[in-house]
Design a protein around this ligand. Structure first.
Ligand SMILES: [Zn+2]
Ligand SMILES: [Zn+2]
Length: 349
């Protein structure tokens, strides 16, 4: 048995911490063996932080949290296990480039008692320029991938994901900028730009057009220097588009690397055509159509279907043979007008 240095109480091993009983330790104990201090390099341009041999685009708070959890053995007594750390105040600059921030440490002592202690963390910050910003500042843009199309912006997240998950692209990336009808991805080198352009074309069903604009003649190398542009033109068809193909009207059901999946407007026939049919002009988008409304099927007899527009009270009659799918009373359908002709489609199509 041991005795508490403060209250003199007899203490079992599991309640004994660094000379005290657990109750006294909570009041006057100190689980820290030294003040926590860390030195960080921060990029003055992009704010990236250098930690564990790498530049991270992460917040100071997250980096400090990782440091505290990774290095707890260096500043805490052996019987303490750090469970959680949260900042409990803003960092204050105590000297030039030196910040002090109070953190709340959640600790388990002797694998049994949960306690919380506050401790100041000292963070020395030295400002520098990270290698990527340095490269970007000193190296000129030599290639641009232009992503263009009516729906280009919708793919921006996916495109940025492709770039960021591959250092073969991200290392050479300068920036991504909005442009009319899409966005531009600028690179310091043309090879990653070319690869990305063709990868995006494959993923999104696009078409690449390359151009080169010379800016100066490099007499030493004997070549023209300039900017390579890879314009990735995306198809304007999307799911739900009405298209004309092979003399028939179709609804686009799906669009992916295998092609364009179509369903005929006036029959439920389905087919898949390669995207090349779009680029060659064999498949074209129908622009002049509109949705007349959503109608409820109020009656079906041997030859006719009666549709009601609940808002206007209008009732329309259609020949059953003009409706390419099964309908029954209570169903909803959509009427589409293409070139002044009305078509009945399944609701949701
Ligand atoms: Zn005690
Ligand atoms: Zn930077």
């Amino acid at each position: 048995m041991r005795y508490c240095l403060n209250c003199g109480r007899e203490v079992s091993d599991e309640d004994y911490v660094n000379g005290y009983c657990i109750d006294c330790f909570r009041k006057i104990g100190n689980p820290f063996t030294k003040q926590v201090s860390l030195e960080l390099k921060v990029c003055s341009r992009c704010g990236s932080i250098f930690y564990k041999g790498e530049w991270h685009q992460d917040s100071m708070e997250n980096i400090v949290r990782r440091y505290l959890l990774d290095n707890q053995a260096k500043y805490m007594i052996a019987s303490a296990e750090l469970i959680s750390v949260e900042p409990s105040g803003e960092p204050r600059e105590s000297a030039k480039g030196v910040y002090v921030q109070n953190w709340l440490f959640g600790i388990v002592l002797n694998k049994k008692h949960f306690v919380q202690f506050n401790q100041d963390v000292r963070i020395s910050v030295s400002r520098t320029i990270c290698p990527r910003c340095l490269a970007r500042a000193s190296r000129k843009i030599s290639a641009v991938v232009q992503v263009r199309g009516v729906n280009a912006q919708a793919h921006r997240g996916l495109v940025e994901g492709v770039i960021m998950s591959n250092p073969g692209y991200s290392e050479y990336l300068v920036d991504v900028e909005d442009a009319p009808n899409g966005f531009d991805i600028r690179f310091v080198d043309q090879l990653p730009a070319r690869r990305l352009a063709y990868e995006l074309a494959r993923l999104l069903g696009g078409h690449v057009k390359e151009t080169f604009k010379s800016t100066r003649y490099d007499a030493r190398k004997g070549v023209w220097q300039g900017i390579h542009t890879f314009s990735v033109r995306l198809p304007d068809v999307t799911e739900g588009s009405i298209v004309r193909y092979g003399g028939e009207l179709w609804v686009v059901k799906k669009l992916d690397v295998r092609g364009i999946q179509l369903e005929a407007v006036s029959s439920s026939r389905r087919t898949t055509v390669p995207l090349s049919e779009y680029w060659s002009g064999h498949l074209s988008i129908v622009e002049n159509y509109y949705v007349k409304g959503v109608y409820e099927v109020v009656a079906v007899d041997k030859s006719m279907v009666y549709l009601l527009d609940r808002d206007s009270g209008e009732v329309k009659e259609f020949l059953l043979t003009n409706i390419p799918f099964q309908v029954k009373q209570g169903d909803y359908v959509k009427i589409l007008v293409i070139d002044d002709k009305e078509y009945v489609l399944k609701y949701g199509q």
